[in-house]
Design a protein around this ligand. Structure first.
Ligand code: FES
Length: 421
């Protein structure tokens, strides 16, 4: 620490202005009786501000008098704390950090600029504008080298930008406080190199890791459900497909030997007379044509009923439900050949996973607003065309979900919010 002495040339007296005196008395009154000395630092600081940013001996004595302190006690405080200037300083008082980090980053070049333009330390320029002093670390090492001018920091200095700074101050032009190299504060000069994942700090993922695990688990569960439903549908379809069976015994109880060839060998007609009569009878003939019954001609209650396994969750999951009558194409909703602008993330609809979203896109559905406009018959038309996922659209109330999503609402989870029953 440098030796701190009172200036050789001192004013004969010092007195607080009436405003500052009033302020000092108010401040002193805040302290308990006998503890007024606690106000010594704010009073010295106010004296320095009033006296061109340096504290003369007369001000030290005045502060001691106001606080009832021995002058030597006040002098000890004023000489201990380097924020108190004990000799005149320039209008722009430069405190230049000369500690190791700033030295390593070029503080010596900044010192040379000061020496060249201002002169030796603690000397005020003839025009009264500048003086400078080398000090210890000012706590802005991330922006080394740096200086403090009056109450502000100027950082990331080079000889070029420091010379310009002095030029601007001398000319009374506005200057930029803080980093002089374009940095905003002390962020990496070459751009962010760590913590580059926005989800770590933009609030989009709260409890990031736990939530990510939950989402992955939910996706896996939905994928398993979809696979189970697909397997079940494939099994049902396979069951409906006739299998080649064992050759049936169409001999009508006749012996294996009773064949046309055996009968001819026995001198009998190739076809037995009773078999010919049976074939001629339209009631028993298997070759007579029957009119094909159309499904539309059959009343709904008399139509054959098939069953489709409805993939689902919770109560009723996997229960067989009667298949609804088919919905004709007149109820086909408006479908698009491609997204209009940015396609919506259909996976935000509860129950819609990557496969189903892809299927919907293939069908011509890209936007929440599209689904939000459907009526019940449109929904059923789409539903019946979802293949293995048939039943999802109605069960998961897609229209209701899409209306909320189209209004701008977003679920907390990327897999959507399960619609209330
Ligand atoms: S070393 Fe210069 S500010 Fe810390």
């Amino acid at each position: 620490m440098s030796v701190r002495r009172l200036a050789e040339v001192q004013p004969e007296s010092f007195a607080f202005t009436p405003e500052n005196l009033e302020w000092a008395r108010t401040l002193i009154a805040r302290y308990p009786e006998g503890r007024q000395a606690s106000a010594v630092i704010p009073l010295l600081w106010r004296a320095q501000e009033q006296h061109d940013y340096w504290v003369p001996k007369a001000a030290i004595e005045e502060v001691g008098r106001l606080l009832g302190m021995p002058y030597i006690r006040v002098l000890e405080v004023a000489t201990f704390y380097t924020m108190f200037n004990l000799e005149p300083v320039g209008k722009y008082f430069i405190q230049l950090c000369g500690t190791t980090p700033c030295r390593l980053r070029g503080a010596e070049d900044i010192i040379k600029v000061c020496e060249k333009r201002i002169g030796p330390q603690r000397r005020v320029t003839p025009d009264g504008k500048f003086s400078w002093l080398e000090v210890e670390c000012l706590g802005a090492c991330c922006n080394a080298p740096m200086v403090q001018i009056n109450n502000d920091y100027y950082e990331d200095l080079t000889t070029e930008n420091f010379n310009k700074l002095l030029d601007d101050l001398a000319a009374g032009r506005p200057v930029k406080v803080g980093p002089q190299n374009g940095r905003v504060s002390s962020e990496p000069a070459s751009g962010a190199a760590t913590l580059t994942d926005p989800s770590l700090f933009d609030g989009s993922v709260v409890g990031a890791w736990r939530k990510r695990f939950e989402e992955e688990a939910e996706k896996a569960r939905i994928a398993a459900e979809e696979k189970a439903a697909a397997d079940k549908a494939a099994a049902a379809q396979a069951a409906e497909t006739p299998k080649p069976g064992k050759p049936s015994d169409n001999t009508g109880g006749q012996k294996a030997a009773d064949t046309p060839a055996a009968r001819v060998a026995d001198g009998k007609p190739a076809v037995a007379p009773e078999a010919q009569a049976k074939a001629a009878d339209p009631k028993t003939s298997t070759t007579a044509e029957k009119p094909a019954a159309k499904l539309a001609d059959v009343p709904p209650e008399a139509r054959p009923t098939s069953f489709v396994a409805t993939p689902g969750k919770g109560d009723g999951a996997g229960k067989a439900a009667p298949e609804a009558p088919p919905v004709s194409d007149e109820h086909k909703p408006e479908l698009l050949s491609g997204p209009q602008g940015q396609a919506d993330d259909l996976e935000l609809i509860w129950g819609v996973g990557p496969k189903l979203a892809k299927m919907l896109n293939g069908m011509g559905v890209f936007h929440f607003a599209q689904i939000a406009k459907w009526n019940e018959m449109n929904l059923r038309w789409v539903d019946q065309n979802l293949g293995a996922f048939r039943g999802r659209a109605v069960r998961d109330k897609w229209i209701e979900q899409a209306q909320k999503l189209a209004s701008g609402w977003r679920p907390e989870s990327k897999i959507g919010d399960r619609p209330k029953d």
